[in-house]
Ligand binder design. Structure first.
Ligand code: ATP
Ligand code: MG
Length: 435
């Protein structure tokens, strides 16, 4: 729970110092330029994910807290310390979603979506985790995610990996590293867990405090600790891939063969584990060194036990999520088209304003983007505004143009001007300026 303890002076004074005119720490406004870039990314996502056979799904941002406690696992960072959980008006505990998979699985069970042999979903939207804000780590961040439900075949793991790999290529992000591992299944993982615990037993007092706690609750996560001392102590730890049962071995071999067949470069990281409890077999992470210490841009894997854990029919599944903010840092913004304004309409005086208001509406109805100035403003100011907006052309109508029933069209690049009769105005502007 992250609600403020009552009568806690420090917390109260912190609240007082917080201004209602600043966004909360770790929460961020997306101003027009950034919002537009993200919308561009969303458009690319729709295109590509639909091509790979995924259907969109949108789940609520608030869910019953226990969905995440059960779905993500008690001994995970998210549940231990990152959830935004609070009481609803009826006293029930609800949480802002920290990730998307548990909600998609809940929807899959609730709406009996298992009727189809396999279901493929993708989503994007905000996630919330109470983390220490820093570069690449926010409290409200955004993810694009995909899930394939209903098929244990390693081909699905490969399809998902090929989608994520191709997604980065399509966005011209080429310097990524794909690391894979297999975490085994309920048959072989306990054997590995024991081997790992035996190995770490002698070193436990030299591990960090968090890892010492994890030794009992979630020893695999010790391999994920970023502290150099813990990293050094686990360098020679046993590897899950050496403890896989024959079925998990076959699965992992086929995943690797599939990646080789599609020529998707990847490396084996035998100490790659995932923060969430529900992963089985394949686990993967995509990183990029330009991102600094928060270098993971996407992560995912197979979670064959989750649907059943949450009360649904036994359903194998595999999924992944990409961090949008980290991805945006890797994308070259020059490939994102800038908005263009083909036409700025400059009325001079009330009568011209009235006439041009209806022309503006006609042009917009027909799909031509245009902006109209204030009829009380002088020409100089309106031209300045047109320049600021990057308008390609300016249409000027004042009293003398009204009298002549002709408008002036100025090309802002060549500075050439021409007169256009009112009778032909909308037809000509639409045919000339609409792309
Ligand atoms: P990390 O190790 O960075 O904490 P994680 O294992 O918690 O990542 P996942 O739950 O697998 O992350 O989420 C998938 C992706 O979402 C991450 O690879 C990252 O790109 C992004 N992500 C996760 N947490 C944050 C955050 N707090 N702020 C921004 N992006 C995030
Ligand atoms: Mg995390």
């Amino acid at each position: 729970m992250t609600s403020l303890p009552k009568n806690n002076e420090e917390a109260v004074s912190k609240q007082i110092r917080m201004s209602p005119l600043s966004a909360l720490k770790g929460f961020k406004d997306l101003l027009p330029e950034e919002a537009r870039q993200i919308q561009w990314l969303e458009g690319k996502t729709h295109e590509l994910f639909e091509t790979f056979g995924f259907s969109p799904i949108r789940t609520p941002i608030l869910e019953i807290a226990s969905l995440f406690n059960r779905g993500i696992g008690e001994a995970t960072d998210i549940i231990e310390k990152e959830m935004y959980t609070f009481e609803d008006w009826d006293g029930g505990k609800i949480s802002l979603r920290p990730e998307g998979t548990a909600s998609v699985v809940r929807a899959y069970i609730e709406h009996h979506l298992s009727y189809a042999p396999i279901a493929k979903f993708y989503y994007m939207g905000p996630m919330f985790r109470h983390e220490r804000p820093q570069a690449g780590r926010l409290r409200q961040f955004h993810q694009i995610g995909a899930e394939i439900m209903g098929d244990p075949n390693p081909r699905q793991d490969v399809e998902l990996l090929s989608l994520s790999y191709h997604f980065f290529r399509k966005l011209d992000v080429n310097d990524i590293t794909l690391e894979i591992n297999s975490l085994g299944c309920p048959q072989c993982r306990p054997v590995y867990r024991l081997a790992l615990m035996n190995d770490l037993q002698a070193k436990i007092s030299r591990l960090c405090e968090v890892c010492q706690r994890r030794y009992q609750s979630n020893p695999l996560r010790i391999l994920d600790c970023k502290k150099p001392a813990c990293k050094e102590r686990t360098r020679t730890a046993p590897r899950s891939i050496d403890h896989l049962c024959p079925e998990c071995q076959r699965h992992f071999k086929e995943v690797q063969e599939g990646l080789a067949c599609l020529e998707i470069p990847h490396t084996l990281n035998p100490h790659l584990v995932r923060g969430l409890d529900y992963y089985t077999k394949t686990a993967f992470e995509i990183t990029n060194n330009r991102l600094g210490s928060q270098n993971a841009v996407a992560a995912g894997g197979r979670y064959d036990g989750l649907v059943e854990t949450l009360g649904g029919p036994s359903t194998p599944a595999v999924g992944f999520a990409i961090g949008i903010e980290r991805l945006m840092q890797l994308i070259d913004p020059t490939q994102i088209p800038k908005p263009s304004l083909p036409l700025y309409i400059a009325p001079l005086g009330k009568a011209a304003g009235q006439f041009l208001l209806s022309l503006t509406f006609t042009l917009r109805k027909n799909g031509l983007a245009c902006e109209m100035g204030n009829e009380a403003g002088n020409l100089k100011n309106q031209m300045k505004q047109a320049d600021r907006l990057g308008a390609g052309h300016v249409l000027i109508v004042g009293e003398s143009e009204l009298a002549k029933r002709c408008a002036i069209l100025r090309n802002m690049t060549t500075k050439m001007q021409e007169e256009i009769p009112f009778a032909k105005l909308s037809e000509l502007l639409l045919s000339r300026l609409q792309h």
